[in-house]
Design a protein around this ligand. Structure first.
Ligand code: DX5
Ligand code: ZN
Length: 217
């Protein structure tokens, strides 16, 4: 699939989301951060908002669920129009069943790990996943500093994917910018979430292009 850039709208203007998404026309996906104020100490939006957003753009939506009980709620986001749905392994009660339910509902199934969650216990799950999301900040807020301590885990995840011969995409999320994206790509990531880097730029779509170029170099 090559390099993909998935801007996060977390730092966009929530009062004008349709227009904000229209500013990133060359993005491969729109990353939507769903937060419930329990799994993370922040609150964003739910399926009704996501459904409206899906209607407003042709770019596929990549939902990142930072919520308790994804087992009961993830499929709702497929029904709301998301083409990829990521749940956190720290919150899921039955990750294999959940990944299968997301795929059965018609979306790509993805699992996220917080910075301190090791990858090794989950390597046998890789064939069940279309994408693995490695957080490179503690989830909850945009604009945090990239955690270099996550780089060895990105490398390890790429090695495990090669070992298992899977086509699983490897996404990184948190503090990704022109300063950090090359390190992530070199470590083996191929899908890049960028929130503040894109939406604090004067021209967000030009920043998407610059990030893509930096990751490909
Ligand atoms: C944080 C979210 C991220 C966030 C990234 O918990 O999952 O998607 O929007 O924002 P930046 O790129 O500013 O770190
Ligand atoms: Zn995210």
């Amino acid at each position: 699939m090559g390099i993909q850039i998935t801007p996060s709208i977390l730092n966009a203007d929530f009062a004008d989301l349709g227009a904000e998404v229209a500013r990133i026309g060359s993005a491969d996906w729109v990353h939507v951060d769903v937060m419930d104020n329990h799994f993370v100490p922040n609150l964003t939006f739910g399926p009704t908002m996501v459904e409206a957003l899906a209607r407003s753009t042709d770019t596929p939506l990549d939902a990142h669920l930072m919520i308790e009980d994804p087992d009961r709620n993830a499929v709702t986001y497929v029904e709301a129009g998301c083409s990829s749905v990521t749940f956190h392994v720290e919150a899921a009660k039955a990750p294999v069943r959940l990944a299968r339910e997301i795929r059965k509902a018609g979306a790509r199934a993805s699992m996220a790990l917080k910075p301190a969650t090791p990858i090794e216990p989950y390597e046998d799950l890789l064939p069940e996943l279309d994408m693995l999301l490695l957080m490179t900040v503690e989830p909850g807020f945009g604009g945090q500093k990239f955690l270099d301590l996550c780089l060895p885990k990105i490398r390890r995840a790429r090695q495990l994917m090669d070992k298992h011969g899977v086509e699983t995409w490897l996404q990184v999320d948190g503090g990704v910018s022109l300063e950090t994206i090359e390190r992530c790509a070199e470590a083996g990531a191929d899908v890049f979430v960028a929130g503040s880097a894109v939406y604090s730029a004067a021209d967000p779509d030009a920043m998407v292009a610059s990030l893509r170029q930096a990751a490909e170099s």
